[in-house]
Design a protein around this ligand. Structure first.
Ligand SMILES: [Zn+2]
Length: 155
């Protein structure tokens, strides 16, 4: 599947995030492009520091993929550059490819602050495609931090 289509789907998912959670969306597809799982960031909603969109999507995908915890051949797509935890989870899940939207210079672990996904010391290194639909993904998060639009104000 094209990286753009995957990130578009992740964006759709991100828009369904619980109201108190930063809108980040993730999707996992198998090698045939079949959608295995989607998830949003739900840290506030679940009161769980590990409830990032990627972790929740990887967990749900592993339950339906049929190879135990392994997600070999699968792609994880997410609207925002993964943090260290999520990049680590993607490596451990052995996903084939990680596609993401906006770069996250403050916490990114797919090339910004760290590059966990392509660290040569690790035996599994997914292919990384970053900056896909970057503007739309960054705008969604910016919008959320700005808060709800005032009534009568043009969006
Ligand atoms: Zn994360």
């Amino acid at each position: 599947m094209r990286p753009e289509s995957l990130v578009d789907r992740a964006l759709e998912v991100a828009r369904t995030a619980p109201p108190d959670d930063v809108p980040v969306g993730a999707v996992v597809v198998d090698a045939a492009g079949r959608e295995l799982a989607v998830a949003t960031n739900a840290r506030e909603a679940l009161g769980d520091p590990t409830a990032h969109a990627e972790v929740l999507a990887l967990r749900a995908a592993a339950r339906v993929h049929g190879d135990g915890w392994r997600l070999e051949g699968c792609t994880l797509a997410v609207t925002l550059e993964p943090c260290t935890m999520c990049a680590g989870a993607a490596v451990l899940a052995r996903v084939e490819r990680v596609v993401f939207g906006a770069w996250e210079p403050k916490t990114g672990a797919a090339g910004s602050l760290w590059d966990v996904l392509r660290d040569r010391r690790l035996t599994h290194r997914p292919e990384v495609v970053g900056g896909v639909r970057e503007d739309a993904c960054a705008e969604l998060v910016r919008e959320w931090f700005r808060g709800p639009a005032e009534p009568g104000r043009a969006p």
